[in-house]
Design a protein around this ligand. Structure first.
Ligand SMILES: Nc1ncnc2c1ncn2[C@@H]1O[C@H](COP(=O)(O)OP(=O)(O)O)[C@@H](O)[C@H]1O
Ligand SMILES: [Mg+2]
Length: 504
């Protein structure tokens, strides 16, 4: 996901890990199901592998295989199509040993360089361990489904698949099957819609068309087709398969930023793995885009106080309100407010005193080795200053930062069609006066501030369209590209003449 920092070979290899990783064979899957349910696959799902009447069917080859699980398609006897996510048997052990390594390495780094990193270990480990508990994933997923369905701004734009709890255990998660285009398939998303007027892509806005069981059973009996029983449902792509969902990247991206902003600023329930492998896009019959979010294993829950602080902090960043920034970061035990502001925006924060300029001056006239030394010292001090007070520091920030970095990557991947920073700022500001937990007077006050905020935001819009225009004229990248470029420069400044540092 941090593809920009990796060589292309690595990027290609890691891209496969989203859903094309090596899969375990059927025997292993059967064993997991038997262990968790105490029954055979046939008994649990009511399927038959010989095509018996009155039974459902299931594919023995996984449709996808990712980091912790692989996913098989099945059709239950009552006609429901489901995705059965089976945890890879070796994964719990693997994660335990990886976390041990992580713990050890972090401990050594903390001691060696005197950095307060070790305090983050328990929280990170706990979140990652929870990814192997599908009961927790089912709960996250149901919570998110409810939140989305009760949010008028997202209703009909975002969909969270139903979880079938009676078919779910710690290592087996059964959810509604989704047909959709993956976010990374930009061509299929944007190509012309050939599926007919007033129609949507399969499953969008209406249930999937029922499966012809005679054909399914025939597939099951033919050696060549045993692996793939599910109909491909590609008719909407037209005769030559060249059609697409006919959607705009801007609409898709707007929905995505709205969704994750609502999670962060309004609900405080955050999906921390929003990478393209976990997002499907469908086309609704009315021609609009619908985003389907899956894989709810990695979540953080923010307390109302922290969520409120975070919204205040984010809004303050947008309006260069340094007093509010200092106030919030102070409560979090952060000494380097400016540095933290830049880390949050993923671009140099320009409202404070310009530390970067000062540092650059300091580096003038030094030899390469000296520069390297000064930079290392500064970076370490920066980390120390951000994590200054271990007890106050909200560990959730790590995963929220991760969420934002991935959404930024998605925006960049689609060509930066939206001004993400501004949209998030608006959500932050709005959440402050809509929050029913705040006293009435404060909410009124926040309404007034929101008005001021909106006018300030017009300025970032101008910046956004400036970059857009530049991009259109072929003179550079969009705003997200520019921001990434500047962050890279910021993290490398002083080192740019020593590129070999980043090799090998
Ligand atoms: N409900 C579903 N419908 C269709 N495909 C799914 C569904 N759930 C998961 N998949 C496929 O399986 C892959 C892995 O599932 P995911 O929940 O992301 O597992 P992991 O936690 O291992 O990343 C997804 O990237 C997707 O391709
Ligand atoms: Mg996934």
């Amino acid at each position: 996901m941090q593809s920009a920092v990796l060589p292309p070979e690595f990027q290609r290899m890691f891209a496969r890990m989203f859903d094309d990783a090596p899969q375990d064979d059927w025997k292993a899957v059967e064993a997991v199901i038997r262990k968790d349910f105490g029954k055979s696959v046939e008994e649990v799902f009511g399927v038959s592998f010989t095509g018996k009447e009155g039974y459902g069917v299931m594919e023995r080859k996984a449709r996808a295989s990712a980091s912790v699980a692989q996913v098989h398609w099945a059709r239950l006897p009552d006609g429901r199509e489901v995705a059965v996510k089976i945890q890879k048997p070796e994964i719990a052990k693997q994660i335990a040993s990886d976390l041990w390594t992580f713990k050890t390495v972090t401990w050594i780094l903390s001691k060696q360089f005197d950095l307060p990193l070790y305090t983050l270990v328990p929280f990170i480990s706990e979140r990652i361990e929870l990814e192997t508990d599908f009961l927790s994933e089912a709960k996250n997923s149901q919570t998110m489904r409810q939140l989305v369905n009760s949010e008028s701004r997202l209703k009909g734009r975002v969909y969270i698949p139903t979880v079938y709890s009676d078919l779910t255990t710690k290592r087996v998660l059964t959810t509604e099957w989704i047909e959709g285009i993956r976010l990374w398939d930009k061509t299929a998303m944007t190509s012309r819609w050939l599926g007919g007027r007033g129609k949507g892509s399969p499953g969008a806005g209406s249930p999937l068309p029922p499966i012809d069981m005679d054909i399914a059973r025939r597939q099951l009996r033919t050696e060549a087709h045993r692996e793939k029983i599910k109909p491909e449902r590609q008719e909407w792509k037209g005769l030559h398969g060249r059609g697409g969902l006919g959607l705009g990247t801007k609409e898709v991206m707007t929905t995505m930023v709205d969704l994750f902003s609502a999670q962060i600023f309004k609900w405080g329930v955050v999906h921390c793995d929003p990478h393209p492998g976990n997002i499907f896009i469908r086309r609704l019959p009315n021609g609009r885009a619908e985003l389907v979010l899956i894989d709810h294993g990695l979540y953080v829950y923010m307390t109302p106080t922290f969520r409120h602080q975070y919204a205040r902090f984010w809004k303050a960043l947008m309006t260069f309100d340094n007093r509010a920034i200092a106030d919030v970061t102070g409560q979090w035990g952060i000494k380097a407010a400016d540095l933290f502001a830049s880390a949050t925006l993923m671009k140099p924060y320009e409202g404070g005193e310009n530390v970067m300029q000062k540092d650059l001056k300091e580096l003038k006239g030094l030899t390469r080795a000296e520069k390297h030394y000064v930079m290392q010292r500064k970076m370490k001090q920066g980390i120390r200053d951000i994590l200054a007070d271990e007890d106050k520091w909200p560990k959730e920030l790590i995963f929220i930062g991760r969420n934002m970095r991935i959404v930024q990557g998605n925006n960049q991947f689609l060509g930066s069609p939206v001004n993400r920073i501004k949209m998030m700022g608006e959500w932050a500001s709005r959440s402050l006066y809509e929050d029913p937990n705040l006293p009435w007077i404060q909410r009124m006050n926040n309404v007034w501030r929101h008005v001021i905020f909106k006018s300030v935001m017009t300025v970032t819009d101008i910046a956004f369209y400036f970059f857009k225009l530049r991009q259109l004229l072929g003179l550079g990248g969009g705003m997200e590209d520019e921001m990434e470029h500047r962050v890279k420069k910021m993290t490398q400044y002083g080192l740019e003449e020593t590129p070999d540092l980043f090799e090998g």
